[in-house]
Design a protein around this ligand. Structure first.
Ligand code: ADP
Ligand code: F6P
Length: 321
């Protein structure tokens, strides 16, 4: 293989730039030509493919977002568009493609590989940490740290006013951002979509907390459960008295300079991806399990069922009492 391309797809995540840089530099240093694709699959379909050199990725390791831009490209679910993308790569004689994105992006990558033989390697880039085959995705650590900093600030003001605070965080159907930020931020309660939401029990807990003299009560709510305002209403209807405030952290969670952990993962994932392509291997996704960088078949990785870390959740509950 002589030429590879790299793209970022789906929701952006801190560390994507560090990863684009690492893919580009490892590949060029290994004798490959590297091409960037603009705006994920949209650029692949519209032939927005350009050659990169080592200077193309200077001064980006510390930046959030993605210099390659990203997009959601619904037409990529249709075979005729996947064919156009494969033809475009073919015209440049690009044989390998690194896709940095989440599970949706992986589905597109799988189609490209299975239908048209493009040697695709997936790198997990999403703040959600919702891919079953890898312990961590790129961007998750930075996002959790951003949420932690918000919890710290909110705790200050909630304590001064003796308030209950519902903090809504992202994650789609995955509760990991809520769980990790909740445990790290010392939240009184954490609500995740993987577990049933028991409002009467939560109301009782808040009342006990008020009785025993807690001056603030932080509830970290994953967006996959419900909206913060909805939960506030349910708590009021359930009999919680006193001031309840809501904060939806929103897109602030997606930006920002990547943490050391995410920069390290970016470099390690990139090296594994390029090494596979150098061996002419495609159809894989890289990840980290038990502190080892691994590669799985893309189809198998997508078929795996996510297991929620209930043990960690139970520990968080105990610590919040
Ligand atoms: P993420 O990769 O972060 O999960 P999305 O779910 O939005 O983000 O997916 C990113 C892109 O991947 C979509 O806009 C689409 O182009 C492509 N994609 C998603 N699902 C599929 C699918 N089932 N088949 C082919 N391509 C898909
Ligand atoms: O997948 C990343 C993510 O930030 C989710 O946590 C969130 O639900 C979603 O993307 C928001 O997507 P959009 O950028 O389309 O609003």
């Amino acid at each position: 293989m002589k030429k590879i391309a790299v793209l970022t797809s789906g929701g952006d995540a801190p560390g994507m730039n560090a990863c684009v840089r690492a893919v580009t530099r490892y590949a060029i240093n290994s004798g490959l030509e590297v091409y960037g694709v603009e705006r994920g699959y949209t650029g692949l379909v519209n032939n927005k493919i350009f050659q990169m050199n080592k200077r193309s990725v200077s001064d980006i390791i510390q930046r959030g977002g993605t210099i390659l831009k990203t997009s959601r490209c619904p037409e990529f679910k249709e075979k005729e568009y996947i064919q156009i993308a494969a033809d475009n790569l073919d015209a440049y004689e690009i044989e390998g493609l690194v896709v940095i994105g989440g599970d949706g992006s992986y589905r597109g990558a799988k189609d490209l590989y299975e239908m048209f033989g493009v040697k695709v390697i997936g790198i997990p880039g999403t703040i959600d940490n919702d891919l079953a085959y890898t312990d961590y995705t790129l961007g998750f650590d930075t996002t959790v740290n951003t949420v932690l900093s918000a919890i710290n600030n909110l705790r200050d003001t909630m304590t001064s006013h003796d308030r209950v605070c519902i903090i809504e965080v992202m994650g789609r159907k995955c509760g990991d951002i809520a769980l990790y930020a909740g445990i790290g931020g010392g939240a009184e309660s954490i609500l995740v979509p993987e577990l049933e939401c028991n409002i009467p029990a939560l109301v009782r807990k808040i009342k006990v907390n008020q009785r025993i003299g807690k001056t603030s009560d932080i509830i970290v709510l994953a967006e996959g459960v419900m909206k913060a305002e909805e939960l506030k209403q349910q708590l009021k209807d359930g009999g919680v008295t006193g001031s309840i405030k809501t904060t939806t952290l929103g897109y602030i969670q997606r930006g920002g300079t990547p943490s050391m952990q995410d920069r390290l993962l970016a470099a390690q994932f990139a090296k594994k991806a390029v090494d596979l392509l150098l061996q002419d291997i495609g159809g894989k996704v890289v990840g980290i399990r038990d502190n080892h960088i691994i590669a799985d078949d893309i189809a198998e990785a997508l078929a795996r069922e996510r297991v929620f870390n209930k043990e960690l959740y139970d520990e968080a509950v105990t610590l919040g009492l």
